[in-house]
Write a protein that binds this ligand. Structure first.
Ligand code: FES
Length: 106
C-alpha cells in the first residue's frame, strides 16, 4: 500500500529549485522542474554522493562528487561514472502540501 508522507509545502520550492527531504529517514531529493515536482533518492548510485548538493541544469542533476548526471524526472543516468538509475518516488500535491511515496516494487 502506498504510504504518502508530507515533506514540504509548494511555497518552499519554486521552479528550478531543489531541496533535501527525508522519507523514513532516507534522504530524498525534491525538485521543481517547470512547476512539476519530482523526487529521487539523494544517494548517487556511483558512490553515494549527495545529489541535491549538485548543480541542476534544466531536468538534469549533476553529482557533486564525480560528475555523473541523472534525469530528475526518471532517475535514469545521463552520463558516467554512474551506470545504474536512482530510485524515484511518487509525488502528489494536496492543499499546497507536497507528498511523496516510494514506488511499488514489482
Ligand atoms: S558519487 Fe556520484 S558520481 Fe561518484
Amino acid at each position: 500500500m502506498e504510504r504518502f508522507v508530507r515533506v514540504a509545502r509548494t511555497t518552499d520550492l519554486m521552479p528550478g529549485q531543489k531541496m533535501r527531504v527525508e522519507y523514513d529517514g532516507t534522504p530524498v531529493g525534491l525538485f521543481n522542474i517547470d512547476g512539476e515536482y519530482y523526487a529521487i533518492s539523494d544517494m548517487c548510485t556511483h558512490d553515494g554522493g549527495p545529489l541535491v548538493e549538485g548543480e541542476l541544469q534544466d531536468d538534469v542533476i549533476i553529482c557533486p562528487r564525480h560528475g555523473a548526471r541523472f534525469d530528475v524526472r526518471t532517475g535514469q543516468v545521463r552520463s558516467l561514472p554512474a551506470y545504474r538509475p536512482v530510485p524515484t518516488y511518487q509525488v502528489k500535491v494536496e492543499d499546497g502540501d507536497i507528498l511523496i511515496a516510494p514506488r511499488e516494487e514489482d
